[in-house]
Design a protein around this ligand. Structure first.
Ligand SMILES: CC(C)(COP(=O)(O)OP(=O)(O)OC[C@H]1O[C@@H](n2cnc3c(N)ncnc32)[C@H](O)[C@@H]1OP(=O)(O)O)[C@@H](O)C(=O)NCCC(=O)NCCS
Length: 162
């Protein structure tokens, strides 16, 4: 993907419908639709949450929703549309969110994905996220969740962190 074609930016309220539609299609397919436009809009307006979108030729190609907790950031939702996958958009979008999390002072990023989502696990592993725990029966269809994390600062020695 030519860098000039890709624009990563903070989401605007007008992006909420498209983000919710992408979430339904790519992440929540066959599951209850939790990220409806109103919830996405709330996230866009929440100062503790960063909603980023990647646009290609003015179209929404992908998005990520990152929540800032006390010392960690949590990547709640992340997706790139089918037509735009394997073009480096996910890498750019997550890099943008990671840079924002660093500036916000987050020490690590955590996220969860389905155990059967091999593409996502490969993607996060490629971007230096480590799989640290299995959450059994995490999803409503009984699939396990995999907890992943990436440290943005040196991990504190001897400190036990949940
Ligand atoms: C996972 C996802 C975000 C990756 O986005 P993407 O823009 O296609 O990823 P990139 O093109 O930046 O890929 C970066 C690297 O990740 C790895 N990767 C990405 N997709 C992969 C796949 N389907 N299979 C294996 N490795 C993959 C590769 O190493 C890739 O580098 P390469 O293309 O040079 O080999 C995208 O497939 C997606 O949105 N899937 C559906 C929703 C989802 O599962 N979201 C995450 C869970 S919440």
């Amino acid at each position: 993907m030519n860098n000039l074609d890709l624009l990563v930016r903070l989401a605007q309220p007008g992006d909420a419908e498209d983000i919710a539609a992408l979430s339904r299609e790519l992440i929540e397919r066959g599951l209850p639709w939790n990220w409806r436009p109103a919830r996405v809009l709330k996230a866009i307006r929440n100062p503790e949450t960063n909603v980023a979108v990647a646009g290609v030729a003015g179209e929404l190609a992908g998005f990520g929703i990152m929540e800032y907790l006390e010392t960690d950031a949590y990547l709640a939702l992340f997706a790139v549309g089918h037509a735009n996958q394997r073009k480096g958009i996910g890498r750019s979008l997550l890099g943008w969110l990671e840079a924002s999390a660093r500036v916000a002072g987050a020490q690590r990023i955590r996220l969860e994905t389905r155990r059967d989502n091999v593409p996502a696990r490969s993607f996060y592993n490629e971007l230096a996220y480590q799989e640290v725990a299995i959450r059994h029966n995490r999803y409503s269809d009984g699939v396990d969740g995999i907890l992943l994390e990436k440290w943005l600062r040196p991990r504190p020695e001897g400190e036990v962190l949940e």
